[in-house]
Design a protein around this ligand. Structure first.
Ligand code: B4P
Length: 237
């Protein structure tokens, strides 16, 4: 099964994608995380992406599409995968449509995390992330157990450069202009809108309620002994 996690910057895609993929045992593919890894590695792609991301823009469709196609061709995607933050433009959505047909993939299930813009700026400026394992925290309501370090591997947490208030505002403008139109592309597909202005545990519970009946009809494997409140759920509130 293929899932798309869609929503504005800071809507909680990364937070939910970790919970969903821990539950289902499929890979979460975050184009944002992949681009940040390219920047850290100093690759040509990373060099091209760095200033675009730091200014709140979107990296070019051609680069992101090729990166994505390469990633989903890996064997760990054979039993399904979740896309976090892709597609972000209508061109990317059309590219994905072609990939789905060419590779005989199931039609994606779209999960749209809908959060009012007012809530997003505060969320992103208080976000902290572990650069090693990617775990996401929030200083306001999901702080680490020990200030400044990751609970899982004790790595010092970082603030993303694109989480500064001015950049966040630019990212929200980019979302309205280039990414929101992607929603019309998917309206007549298997599309679920989820209120993302509730606690992560509550949202995850709604997502599992949506996915459970769909999973019965598909081959997507659920990890034994896990569920909405299993080891992957990491409920916050
Ligand atoms: P991403 O890495 O995708 O990140 P994001 O949209 O900022 O955040 P997300 O929605 O995952 O929120 P999170 O769970 O962290 O994109 C970064 C950049 O990469 C883009 O701006 C772009 O430049 C580039 N890029 C990525 N994909 C691209 C593509 N396809 N094409 C072109 N360019 C691309 O949550 C945010 C905060 O809220 C956290 O602190 C979290 O703890 C908190 N939070 C989460 N859920 C919450 C809840 N329910 N209630 C309260 N707080 C919550």
């Amino acid at each position: 099964m293929v899932f798309l996690l869609f929503g504005p910057p800071g809507s909680g895609k990364g937070t939910q994608s970790r919970m969903i993929t821990n539950w289902l045992g499929i890979p979460a593919i975050s184009t944002g995380d992949m681009l940040r890894a390219e920047i850290q590695a100093g690759s040509e792609l990373g060099k091209a992406a760095q200033s675009i991301m730091a200014n709140g823009g979107l990296v070019g469709d051609e680069l992101v599409n090729q990166m994505l196609a390469h990633r989903i061709a890996r064997p760990d995607c054979d039993s399904g995968f979740l896309l976090d933050g892709y597609p972000r433009t209508v061109e990317q959505a059309e590219f994905l449509d072609r990939l789905v047909v060419e590779q005989g993939l199931p039609n994606p299930v779209i999960l749209h995390l809908d959060v009012p813009v007012d809530a997003l700026v505060g969320r992103m400026t208080s976000r902290r992330q572990c650069p090693k394992c990617g775990r996401i925290y929030n200083l306001l309501h999901q702080p680490p157990n020990t200030a400044g370090v990751c609970d899982d591997d004790a790595t010092p947490l970082v603030t993303r450069k694109d989480d500064q208030e001015e950049v966040v505002k630019d990212r929200l403008r980019t979302y309205e202009k280039l990414t929101r139109p992607v929603l019309s592309h998917y309206q007549d597909r298997k599309y679920y809108q989820i209120r993302g202005d509730r606690s992560p545990a509550y949202i995850f519970e709604e997502i599992t309620g949506i996915l459970e009946p769909l999973l019965g009809k598909n081959g997507c494997r659920r990890l034994k002994g896990t569920g909405p409140h299993g080891p992957g759920a990491n409920p916050i509130n």
